[in-house]
Ligand binder design. Structure first.
Ligand SMILES: [Zn+2]
Length: 149
């Protein structure tokens, strides 16, 4: 093989590697965008909604998930929210929600925060002028009653 052919082969190889990488990066970024408004999802604030038809949708914030949920509640099987202290995913039925002055996702101006522990929820509320709010994702078939009357 001549030098020229080797160089051409090398260029083709490099170009195809770069293309493959670019495609992989593009796909992975696309996978982590909000299904409601396309905002990039920050894992600590992610909300996942499982549908009865077996699919699941992911959202960047409580606001987006709630906006989508309001028109589609009958299709929803379960809502998973993220404890913003540990990053742990938990059922919305057992999470604590606090509305405070702190914005989680700038694009949506979401101010509802999710906590697994009531102590964390209350201390966030105390620090940032917040209050406990109801689970925004009330399912008709809710298994657990969150706030005893
Ligand atoms: Zn969103």
């Amino acid at each position: 093989m001549s030098k020229k052919k080797i160089i051409i082969a090398a260029i083709i190889l490099i170009v195809s590697i770069v293309l493959a990488l670019a495609t992989a990066i593009y796909r992975s970024q696309k996978a982590f965008r909000c299904d409601y408004d396309g905002t990039r999802i920050i894992p600590i604030y992610e909300v996942d909604i499982m549908l009865k038809e077996g699919k699941f949708m992911r959202f960047c914030s409580i606001y987006c998930a709630r906006a989508w949920f309001q028109g589609n509640a009958s299709r929803v099987d379960a809502v998973l929210v993220t404890d913003e202290i540990t990053g742990e995913k938990l059922d919305a039925d057992i999470a604590f929600f606090v509305e405070s002055d702190v914005v989680t996702v700038k694009a949506t101006q979401n101010r509802i925060h999710v906590f697994k522990d009531k102590t964390h929820a209350l201390s966030h509320a105390r620090q940032y002028n917040g209050k406990l709010v109801d689970n925004p994702f009330k399912l008709a078939n809710a298994r657990i009653q969150r706030y005893p009357q």
